[in-house]
Design a protein around this ligand. Structure first.
Ligand code: SAM
Length: 302
């Protein structure tokens, strides 16, 4: 089975030689059609080295639909009537890996440096807004919520909200359910785990550990495409956008950072993924405040 192309093959446009030779041959032409749709829909750039990944994630869709080839699948998702399957394709091709308290230094920074002043303001009637952009199945926004609750157990009664967005509606359903298996919650510090999780009762849709109502009330899950329209108008005190722009081309990455800039309060923070870096115009407006942690310089563009 061949998963990658030689230089000569990749330069041959329209090649129908299989890139991956399996139950359903995936040709270069098919791969390029899938990659072009994913790029148009989500900004995700797939190199031909990802051909086996595309094959393995979509082969089950072909089986489920009773299709015989990727060519047929591409025709289906490209057609106006294929909208629902195109969303399924997006769900299959996005990588949703996440963890509670992933990159823990961000939550330590939030707790020690950002939240104390914000929570004080909230106690006096002020509003606090945070955004987990590309939140996947919810572990990231709930880690923010648990960090808040560790400082202020009654936070849900105040004007504190965490917006949690993702392009993939399937992960948002999981996030709203807020039920995680034992292995997932092992990453939650023990004191928070004991206080803010209860066993999901038998007979419920999902088995595992349910995050407390107090945390769920702090988080609002919404569908949002980082390369589409952003309906929000108000600014955020902190934005986490981690481990997603890594899938975009450099130019798209710079555009996304630049769009965040006016949405971060002056003096507010932007947290990015461990293998990402700020680029483009945004660089001038943020200063480093720690590992992959940036603070918007006070002043400048509103
Ligand atoms: C690897 S997960 C990162 C989750 C979390 N931020 C973390 O660091 O653990 C990447 C997420 O980005 C989402 N995503 C991919 N393209 C997107 C886009 N154009 N707009 C919004 N979300 C996107 C995927 O659906 C996926 O849930």
């Amino acid at each position: 089975m061949s998963a990658t192309l030689s230089r000569t093959d990749s330069a041959r446009p329209g090649s129908d030689r299989p890139l991956v030779d399996g139950e359903f041959p995936l040709t270069l032409e098919d791969f390029r059609a899938v990659a072009a749709m994913l790029h148009a829909d989500a900004g995700i750039a797939l190199s031909e080295a990802k051909a086996t990944l595309v094959y393995s994630r979509l082969a089950k869709r072909l089986r489920a639909l009773g299709l015989g080839s990727f060519r047929e699948y591409c025709a289906l998702v490209a057609a106006p009537a294929g909208g629902e399957e195109r969303r399924q394709m997006l769900t299959a091709l996005t990588t949703n890996v996440t963890r509670f308290f992933r990159e823990p230094h961000h939550f330590e920074h939030l707790k020690a440096t950002v939240l104390p002043a914000l929570l004080k303001e909230a106690r006096q009637g002020g509003r606090v807004r945070l955004w987990s952009a590309a939140c996947s199945t919810g572990q990231e926004p709930y880690s923010i919520a648990l960090t808040i609750l560790s400082l202020m157990p009654d936070a849900a009664g105040l004007d504190i909200r965490i917006l949690a967005t993702d392009i993939d509606p399937v992960v948002l359903v999981a996030g709203r359910a807020g039920v995680y298996d034992e292995a997932s919650i092992a990453a939650v510090p023990p004191d928070l785990r004991q206080r803010w999780f209860t066993r999901a009762s038998e007979g419920e849709d999902r088995e595992g550990w349910r995050v407390a109502e107090e945390a769920r009330r702090l988080v609002a899950f919404r569908e949002l495409n980082l390369i589409g329209a952003w309906p929000m108008k108000g600014r955020f005190h902190a934005i986490m956008c981690r481990n997603v722009v890594i899938y975009f081309e450099e130019e798209t990455q710079a555009k996304v950072w630049n769009r965040f800039m006016p949405l971060v309060e002056p003096g507010g923070h932007l947290y990015i993924g461990h293998s990402e870096r700020l680029t483009g115009e945004a660089v001038r407006h943020f200063e480093s405040a720690g590992i992959t942690t940036y603070r918007r310089r006070p002043g400048g563009r509103p």
